[in-house]
Design a protein around this ligand. Structure first.
Ligand SMILES: *[C@@H]1O[C@H](CO)[C@@H](O)[C@H](O)[C@H]1NC(C)=O
Ligand SMILES: *[C@@H]1O[C@H](CO)[C@@H](O)[C@H](O)[C@H]1NC(C)=O
Length: 256
């Protein structure tokens, strides 16, 4: 009798799990080779429920996840989701440098979204490269960007890494534009890095994304849910049930 009760309880539990269907928006999806899952999400453009953080919205364009930042669109290479509720990181590059061997004609400063805490921050693996465009003087050739030489023979473009010595020239006041872009520190090691500066821009930089620290989203995650919103705007917060972990592989029958 006890055995029968146990069996009934087990089958009841099984059907209850089956009935609690997870929200499809919470399922991981693939864009090219990049797995996109909570708290990132892929916007298919069709509206519908969203499971993830508003700031971690990606669009899949031609097999590449694209993140929109205040300064423009950035192509995401790799996402690390962090373990045990830690923050994760991802690498990306400015789409403006994507197909061009000499892209700074239209270069732009990286601008990250603001907030408290900010949704993204640069990491210790990044360093800044600052480009000084169309400067009316001849400075160190080892900082000159050859592919951006002006035809007039007077104006030159220079690039500097963090910590490089800029004096005695008045780069900030005399050059026509200043553009700062982060790169991975590992991309610009060694000498003659100036020749690798555009390749470094295409290898991109790393950002850390921040988990919800407070508010409804934090409460939802603490209770085992995933925060998101229902349907189209206006934004309506909801807490989705996390998808069930994949079932373990069936155990091989023991031969007795
Ligand atoms: C790069 O520049 C940005 C903006 O000026 C700054 O916030 C950041 O700390 C700099 N990064 C490094 C590694 O110096
Ligand atoms: C980029 O940022 C620098 C420093 O903040 C600023 O002086 C410069 O005007 C900005 N460049 C562009 C193209 O917005």
């Amino acid at each position: 009798m006890a055995f029968l009760l146990l069996l009934m309880a087990a089958s009841l539990a099984a059907s209850a799990t089956a009935a609690m269907e997870a929200e499809p928006a919470c399922s991981p999806s693939l864009c090219g080779a990049v797995q996109v899952r909570y708290p990132f999400w892929l916007d298919g453009g069709g509206g519908g429920n969203v499971c993830g953080y508003p700031s971690l919205r990606l669009e899949c364009r031609g097999g590449t996840p694209v993140l929109r930042l205040p300064s423009g669109d950035y192509r995401v290479h790799r996402i690390s989701y962090g373990d045990n509720g830690d923050d994760g990181t991802f690498t990306l590059h400015d789409s403006i440098v994507h197909n061009s061997r000499c892209p700074l004609v239209v270069g732009r400063n990286l601008t990250l979204p603001e907030g408290s805490p900010p949704p993204f921050s640069l990491t210790g693996n990044d360093m800044n490269v600052t480009f000084y465009l169309r400067c009316p003087f001849n400075a160190s050739p080892s900082h000159m960007v050859a592919c951006l030489e002006e035809a007039d023979g007077v104006h030159h473009t220079y690039a500097f890494k963090d910590g490089d010595y800029l004096l005695p020239y008045e780069f900030n006041s005399l050059c026509q534009d200043v553009v700062g872009m982060p790169v991975l520190r590992s991309s610009l090691g060694g000498s003659r890095w100036i020749h690798r500066v555009f390749r470094a821009l295409r290898r991109g930089f790393e950002l850390r994304w921040t988990r919800a620290l407070e508010g409804r989203c934090r409460d939802c995650e603490n209770s085992g849910g995933l925060c998101g919103h229902l349907g189209d705007a206006p934004y309506q917060f909801t807490c989705f049930t996390a998808p069930a972990a994949p079932a373990p592989a069936p155990a091989l029958p023991l031969s007795l």
